[in-house]
Structures are given as C-alpha cells and as structure tokens.
Design a protein around this ligand. Structure first.
Ligand code: SF4
Length: 500
C-alpha cells in the first residue's frame, strides 16, 4: 500500500506551489497581524469594556454585520455576568434571525488514515506506528454509503481525507463520484447522499478545479492555530503542513478555482483561545474584502485525547467548558451570518448548550473509524480513530431531543444545487431571506426522514413541530404555500428530493 520512501519525498517536495501563496500576500505579509491582535486584546483587558459600548456592538451583530477586530476584542474581554448573559441571549437571537429554529445534520465519513504529516495532536500522524492504517476502496465506500443513506438516513456528508500520495486528488475525485452514485431503497422511498462537503488537505488551484467539477458542497480546511510560532511547533519541520502560508491561503486558491463555499476552523487547545477567535475573524474579514463572501461555516473543535498522541493531554492551552461557551457566543456575534458546527467530539450536554448559543449544524450517529459504518461496530476503537468521540448517540435520539427543544432537523441540500452559494447566499443570509427557502426545504426533508427512518417515539414528538412549521409557512408565505403543500403530499406518497 505504501509508496516507496523516495517517491513519497519527491511528492511532498512538489506539493507546495510558492507562486500560489505570494500572489495573495501584501508585500510578503499575511493577513494575521499578531502584534496588532495582541495589542487589541490587551487594551480591552486593561479596562472592562463599558456596558453602553457592548450594547452598541450587540445591536450591530443583530443587524447581521461582521464586527471589527476592536469590537470583537471588547466582547472577548467582558467579565460582567449580566453583560455575558445579554451576549448569550443576543447570540441566540442572531441565530434565530438568520437560521430560525433549524438544525442542519450531517455525518462525517473518514475515507483513509494515511498521512505524510506529523501533527503532534493527531492519532493519524506519520510517526504513530501503533495505528491501523487503511484506505477505503470504492467498493468499501459504497458499503459505507449504503448504511449512511439507506440505514441512517443522512443526506449530507463531510468526507475527510489525510494527506498522502495514495489518496491524492484522483482518489478524492473518484470517491466523491462514487458517493453521489449510490441510491438505496428505503421504507417509503429511496435514500441518497445529496451534498458532499469535503475536509481535505490544502490543495493547489489545479486540484481545486477538479474538486469543483466533482460537485462538492463546502470545501473545509482548518488553520488549526493562527499563531505562527505555535503552528510551527505543532506541525513539525519537513512536513507539508508545516507551511503556515500554504494552508492560510488555500481558501484564496479555492475562490480562484471557482469554489465559493468554504469553511474555516481552529483546533481550540493549541494556543490562547481569545487569540484564535481573533484569527478566525481576521480570516473571515479577509475573505469578505477579497471575494465579497465570508466563510459559509466556522468550526471550533476542542483538542481531544488521541491514541499515542501525548501532546493532547498536556498542551497547556486546553479550553474549559465556560471559556468554550464564551468563544461560541463571540463567534456567533462577530460573524453573525456564518453557519456554526458543533460536532460529536463534544458530549451531549455541551452540544445542547452550544445549540442554545447559536450553533446551526451538528452530526449524529457518528462513527469516525475507517469503514466503521458498514462494519457496524459500536465500541470506539482508538487505533482506528483520529480522536475519541464525546457523543455516540443515534440520529433518532439526537433528533428527538432537538424536537423536544423546539428545533426542526433539516436535511436540506438544495442551496448549492440551486446556485445559492457565494455572494448570492451571503446576501440572502444577511437579509434573512435564505430562511424562506430553508424553512420549506427543512419541512420537506424532515418529512422524508420521519417516514423512512424515525422510531415511533421520535415521530410522535416531531409531528408536532412539523405541524407548527406548516402553519407558519401558510401564514407567512401564502403565495408559495399551494406548491409547497403539493410537494409535501407527494413526499408522503413516497416521492423524494423535491425542493425549492
Ligand atoms: S491532523 Fe491531518 S494532516 Fe495532521 S497528521 Fe492528522 S490527518 Fe495528517
């Protein structure tokens, strides 16, 4: 399976295209001005920001405008309990304004765990000789999808790839095509993955064009840490990932390649969390400045224990639950239009709380071992996983809980298939208009899932939410209601994939 070492070395050497970094830089500098960030944080640390100023900032968030670095630094340093509560309330209000009471659900699918990088926090790193290595064949990918789309009912995936010559862009392309091809019979209709989001290494413009052609949803790459020295320390020299700039500018290359739907993120726990939130903000603002489009999603995984990765236990910057909730709140307020992803890394309690702070997407029935869905093993296997999960509940349990909390789970994948991406979706999100399409599609896709996959208890609870949503559509969008209800009835009869 492994390619010879010298071939691997030359593959690594050719990966980074310097000209695809420097063309975006400003006089050789990147857009993360560390000294400026530190001084803004320190300035606000010295004196508690006054409450009138904070209230003004919150009104700006509520009008769905991206905050400035100074405003974000002020929010990060609020200590007054009452103000903190007001920030949390506003964060949820912002979320409701943009995304209403919908939670989008997806599943991660790890395709391989070969990697030439050596990130000190990762179980898949090259020098970890204790991990079981595996690349899924196309046949094995199909089997995974049969379970995901036909057994669990997912419509949306995030596919995850390590970085290795054996799983380069051709492998990525073929696996995505295979995923889209699988169609499975279900109780009343059929199941299929309709949106493949991709978490892949930093790619060149040429490779990103191939990815774009494969019809992906979001291209997701996390900077892991925006702090330059920390970045160098946790991504050892001689690896591709060691190059901070190659990773930092991958979204610029994505836009140039035609991909205008991207997700950014930080692995919280590598460096000071306030600095990292500022890094995310600067990244979002740079994208808005250059392309008029901010990140479609922001992710904020916390460092978790990983097999034979002792760094994960002693990083020195672990983020406690209270700070984690604060950083979620500030991200929601600072980049108010963005989708926010809370994953099954976190336990059920934290996921519930994160939803109430404005998160919009989450996974369920999650398995992150390679081949873990079709093998149907229930125990977590640390030798096959990048890290250990905090929440292994089934999708049925998660959806039931959301319904009890008053949330509707959406399996909608219509946006990118109707061209609602990039500048178009930004405008719709900022003006709250995207919600109109989303509400309709959330109800239609939820109906599909309930009829095909839900347990009786979940169904009974969820029907109440559905009826309420249908009534709201009738009242608020009367012109579209007749078409909508026609689609809804057809879905009840077994038709699938009708959307606005
Ligand atoms: S974090 Fe990603 S790049 Fe780093 S070793 Fe793990 S799989 Fe490879």
């Amino acid at each position: 399976m492994a390619v010879e070492l010298d071939k691997q070395d030359s593959w690594i050497k050719d990966r980074i295209k310097i000209e695809e970094i420097v063309k975006y830089q400003d006089k050789g500098k990147d857009f993360i001005p560390e000294e400026e960030i530190v001084s803004k944080l320190e300035l606000n640390l010295k004196k508690e920001p006054d409450s009138l100023k904070i209230k003004d900032i919150l009104s700006k968030s509520l009008s769905i405008q991206t905050l400035t670095p100074d405003e974000t630094a002020a929010l990060l340093n609020v200590k007054d309990k009452k103000l903190l509560e007001e920030m949390k309330r506003t964060a949820l209000e912002v979320k409701k304004k943009v995304y209403d009471n919908r939670i989008v659900t997806f599943a991660p699918l790890y395709l391989n765990n070969l990697c030439v990088n050596n990130c000190v926090y990762c179980g898949f790193r090259r020098d970890n000789k204790n991990i079981k290595r595996k690349i899924l064949s196309l046949e094995e990918v199909k089997k995974e999808i049969e379970v995901l789309a036909g057994g669990i009912g997912h419509k949306r995936l995030i596919v995850v790839y390590g970085e290795a010559p054996e799983t380069g862009i051709e492998y990525i392309r073929k696996t995505i095509e295979t995923i889209y091809e699988v169609k499975v019979k279900t109780k009343k209709g059929w199941g299929q993955i309709r949106r493949v989001n991709v978490n892949a290494p930093s790619l060149s413009i040429e490779e990103l064009k191939i990815l774009h052609k494969a019809g992906i949803g979001t291209y997701q790459v996390f900077q892991e840490t925006y702090h330059h020295n920390t970045y160098a320390r946790v991504h050892p020299e001689g690896t591709i990932k060691n190059n901070y700039q190659w990773r930092l500018y991958c979204m610029h290359r994505a836009f140039e390649a035609g991909i205008d739907d991207v997700g950014i993120g930080v692995l919280f726990g590598l460096y000071d969390w306030k600095f990292e939130v500022m890094g995310l903000l600067y990244h979002a603002r740079e994208m808005e400045r250059m392309f008029n489009v901010g990140p479609h999603t922001v992710s904020f995984p916390r460092l978790e224990p990983a097999f034979h990765a002792p760094f994960t236990q002693n990083s020195g910057y672990k983020v406690c639950d209270e700070d984690f909730k604060r950083l979620i709140t500030v991200i929601r307020l600072a980049i108010p239009y963005t989708g926010m992803i809370i994953t099954a890394r976190e336990n059920a309690r934290m996921r519930r709380e994160a939803i109430l702070l404005g998160c919009t997407q989450t996974d369920a029935s999650t398995r992150i071992g390679i081949g873990a869905y079709s093998e149907r093993y229930d125990e977590q296997e640390e030798k096959r996983q990048q890290f250990l999960l905090g929440d292994t509940r089934s999708i049925d349990e998660v959806i039931r809980e959301f319904a009890q909390m008053g949330y509707i789970t959406s399996f909608c994948t219509a946006g990118y298939r109707c061209g609602r991406t990039g500048e178009c979706i930004m405008e719709l999100l900022k003006t709250g208009k995207e919600g109109k399409f989303c509400k309709l599609n959330a109800v239609l896709t939820f109906r599909e899932w309930l009829d095909d996959f839900a347990g009786e208890e979940t169904k009974a609870i969820a029907e109440k939410i559905l009826n309420k949503e249908i009534e709201e559509i009738k009242q608020n969008i009367p012109d579209i209601f007749p078409t909508f209800i026609g689609y809804y009835e057809r879905i009840k009869q077994g038709e699938r994939d009708l959307y606005f």
